[in-house]
Write a protein that binds this ligand. Sequence first.
Ligand code: AMP
Length: 232
Amino acid sequence: LGAPARRTLLRAVIMGPPGSGKGTVSSRIVKHFALKHLSSGDLLRDNLQRRTEVGVIAKTYIDQGQLIPDDLMTRLMLNELKNLHRYHWLLDGFPRTVPQAEALDETCQIHTVINLDVPFETIKQRLTARWIHPGSGRVYNLEFNPPKDVGLDDITREPLVQRDDDKPETVTKRLKAYEAETKPVLDYYRKKGVLESFSGTETNKIWPLVHAFLQTKLPEVSQEESITPLWY
Ligand code: AMP
């Protein structure tokens, strides 16, 4: 990425529950606009892999499905953001708590929080769509590649099962936890007047809205130019 042309650099956050299409929307944003995308989950996984001190401490929390303590998480992210101060940026997965949002505010003003607002039932359908044939490991998805007969493996005709993670009870629990955790953060940004919610049941319908919104804030990357030439 070259140095951005505008003087005001975008400071944005993207939020959305698991299954909201946040990953897809984020990757499309990165493809269309010249900005740096910083994901707390990716940053943590990178630290885990490299066995940094932060990574070793973080692992104990992640393995238990717990959030990383605010001070550690904040230090990690703010430190990383120092390297990005000359770029437009979009945070993903951070801030996840009000203390994190407050700590971020002390360093810089957030202009926009993109909130993906997808109905609970839609998300639940997506996250519970995966069924597995335990004998072979064949994976089906009720939305993209459903079995010929509901609940049965195409080849052996044996029953399909769901992983614990994909069961409705587990998914509901996860979504409720996410909601309880992030609602205060959304409220925090709503009060500041920077929350922009995009609602819909399909990522392909939400994306054009996000795209149009960001076009008012950022220069767009020419799609032709961004393709690497064949001879490169
Ligand atoms: P994710 O990929 O966003 O689901 O993050 C994976 C894990 O990293 C989470 O389950 C948390 O344990 C941890 N994590 C990611 N972001 C944060 C954050 N902002 N605050 C605390 N923990 C986080």
